[in-house]
Design a protein around this ligand. Structure first.
Ligand code: NAP
Length: 494
């Protein structure tokens, strides 16, 4: 690894004080306020990041507007080359970035490594896919009453200055899924990483910077969402917002943003529906992976399982068995730990614990787990859960899966469709035709048949409906979301 690659990001103190990136240089914040980034692993301070002031945000956005058109005028090939180099730097620095991610968000080491590698792959893929973006050309005479005298040349052009806001659970992956398509299509970017994830976000910024993003085009502002979030999303200099986070924060931000293009990925509360003919072993294994990866802190995690008594009685014992065999709670730095490290904070763990206890008071049965130890929540399986319990109604960001016994499939469909969320669902059946028929009845973004829900492969469309978001992401769809159509209509010579 080249020496000093990341040195200018912070000073020599312990814990280090980081700088923010104003688009041109690494700098301290004017009023000297810092935000502690606390590791969920051991509650140590990973570093202090500046709370950027509103005046500093104004100046950075103004500067971004000043350079965006020059950036957009460069060739797509040239912008793509910079992205490819950024991907190379990410691959090269993977061990360092993985270790940082483990400490900053408590993600188990194998899942953290996967996030970094997948992010580099994604940046590289964007650089290739953008070369295939094209506009359109339309003749006028297809519409009744028009002759051939007009022709529309339709180009895709950038939107201007894009605000990218990422969540703590994938602070690198869900940052590059916004930053890369925005930059490569000729936009300038203001990036606001999550508090836990800020330091990884600053490292990512350095990678793009070193890859050759010109001055002023890419800015990274730090500070908590409560300090700078509202100011950013309602800033008149922002032309588009790409946000990933909770439904609550997303809805409030969308309201404040006004009439600009929005791409919002919000909370998920994803069901798995078990049909009588499913293979119980395969189904149970997918449910375990779907429920417990990264301690259930994934928007696509399976949160509840719906089925008739007979089906749940066949699958549940295997879910218990595989949870005990394949999931191991522990220190995320240890390769022995499987999927379940700490939750992001003790307060988050306490909230999850309170939901488990409320479900138990309401008649649910804790089959395994249920206990909190500091920031940790044991992998937990609940049975006899009712759809109106908070643990099912509201996304519960922890390693919990709830089994709900239904009388028939209509009841299962009704539970899914009455949810305020609509991200993904899984259906388990040996008959894909039955699965497709049921999938067509579910009001969610994506349905997986015989697989846990997930984001990716990253070139697949990814979207939520209802409280789970607006807009579509996924390589080509993200490139389209970061651009708009610009038709120029010519009179066609005879
Ligand atoms: P969050 O609390 O909503 O925060 C998301 C981002 O918004 C963070 O960067 C946060 O900054 C920022 N923020 C907070 N208040 C803001 C405001 N008033 N204005 C603008 N930005 C503000 O979510 P999280 O806890 O980080 O992430 C977990 C949530 O994200 C879950 O609900 C999960 O389902 C969802 N998620 C969805 C997807 C998807 O693709 N659908 C993917 C991953 C995660 P601070 O951290 O500084 O507060």
């Amino acid at each position: 690894m080249p020496v000093n690659f990341f040195d200018e990001l912070h000073d020599d103190q312990t814990p280090p004080q980081y700088r923010w990136f104003n688009g041109i240089k690494w700098t301290s914040s004017k009023d000297g306020n810092f935000l502690n980034v606390v590791s969920p692993v051991d509650n140590s301070i990973v570093g202090k990041v500046p709370v950027v002031t509103h005046a500093e945000i104004d100046a950075a956005i103004k500067q971004a507007h000043g350079v965006q058109k020059v950036w957009a005028a460069k060739s797509v090939f040239e912008r793509g080359k910079i992205l490819k180099l950024a991907a190379d730097w990410m691959w090269e620095h993977e061990p360092y970035l993985t270790a940082l991610l483990v400490r900053e968000i408590g993600k188990p080491i194998d899942e953290a490594k996967d996030e970094i590698v997948r992010s580099a792959d994604m940046v590289d893929y964007f650089a290739h896919e953008v070369l295939h973006m094209k506009g359109d050309q339309l003749p006028s005479d297809a519409f009744p009453g028009y002759d051939k005298s007009k022709i529309a040349m339709i180009e895709r052009i950038p939107l201007g200055v894009v605000l990218a806001i990422s969540p703590f659970n994938y602070p690198v992956n869900l940052a590059v899924s916004k930053i890369a398509p925005a930059l490569v299509t000729g936009n300038a970017v203001v990036f606001k990483p999550p508090t836990n994830g800020s330091i990884s976000g600053l490292h990512l910024t350095q990678i793009f910077r070193k890859a050759g993003i010109p001055d002023g085009v890419f800015v990274t502002v730090t500070g908590s969402g409560s300090d700078i979030g509202d100011y950013l999303v309602s800033h008149p200099g922002i032309d588009m917002i790409s946000f990933t986070g909770s439904s609550q924060v997303g809805k409030a931000a969308a309201t404040k943003a006004g009439m600009i293009p929005l791409s919002f990925e919000c909370g998920g509360n994803n069901p798995a529906i078990i049909i009588a003919d499913c293979n119980p072993g395969d189904t149970a294994l997918e449910i375990v992976k779907g429920a417990f990866s990264f301690a259930g802190q994934r928007c696509t995690a399976i949160k509840y399982v719906l089925g008739l008594n007979s089906e749940l009685d066949r699958v549940l014992p295997l879910v218990i068995k595989f949870t005990e065999e394949k999931i191991k709670m522990g220190d995320p730095r240890s390769p022995e730990t499987k999927s379940v490290g700490p939750l992001i904070s003790e307060s988050a763990a306490k909230e999850v614990e309170a939901r488990i206890l409320a479900a138990e008071r309401g008649g649910a049965k804790i089959i395994i787990g249920g206990l909190r130890k500091g920031n940790f929540i044991e992998p937990t399986i609940l049975d006899n859960v009712k759809p109106d319990m908070e643990i099912v109604r509201i996304e519960t960001f922890g390693p919990i899966v709830s089994f709900i016994r239904v009388k028939d499939m209509d009841e299962a469909i009704n539970i899914v469709n009455s949810s305020t969320y609509g991200l993904q669902a899984a259906i388990f059946t040996c008959d894909e035709g039955t699965g497709i028929k049921l999938a067509n009845k579910l009001d969610v973004g994506t349905v997986w048949i015989n697989s846990k829900p997930q984001i990716g492969p990253d070139h697949f469309p990814f979207l939520g409906i209802k409280g789970s978001g607006v807009g579509v992401q996924g390589i080509r769809y993200s490139l389209e979301a970061m651009t708009r159509l610009k038709p120029i209509v010519l009179n066609k010579p005879e």
